[in-house]
Design a protein. Structure first.
Length: 135
């Protein structure tokens, strides 16, 4: 399997897993407690804690509450809408546009501190926000 097929397969499986995860939490009374391994071990929420809850709030039309729960959920929703359509487009058209965009972004993030430093700062700020909210 070449690198592009591997990437497309991994991204497709992760996207389907994300849909299944959100679907599971939509169809059950989420009395499972925190499923975050980091939070279970340390008692402190991780930067992504609350994304599933926020996505469910978005699906219920409660956008402000969703953003307040975890702003990273906006990125997750956009990714879950755009990525599957993009993968299907590439498969049907035979063009590797997703792979090209992935490689372009990967190269920029690896080599440009003006990109990855703000991303790290945003992740740390979101982590602090989650800790303050005691998710």
């Amino acid at each position: 399997m070449n690198r592009s097929k591997t990437l497309y397969t991994i991204i497709a499986v992760l996207t389907l897993g994300a849909y299944a995860w959100v679907g599971l939490h939509l169809t059950t009374e989420s009395g499972m407690g925190p499923v975050c391994l980091f939070k279970n071990v340390t008692g402190i929420p991780c930067p992504s804690c609350g994304i599933t809850r926020a996505m469910i709030l978005f699906l219920n039309g409660e956008w402000q509450a969703g953003v307040m729960t975890n702003p990273f959920a906006v990125l997750a929703v956009v990714a879950m809408l755009v990525v599957p359509a993009w993968l299907v487009f590439d498969v049907l058209s035979g063009k590797p546009s997703f792979l090209q965009a992935f490689r372009w972004l990967e190269e920029r993030v690896k080599t440009n501190k003006l990109i990855w430093i703000p991303l790290v700062v945003l992740a740390l700020a979101n982590w602090g926000w989650n800790i303050v909210k005691n998710l």
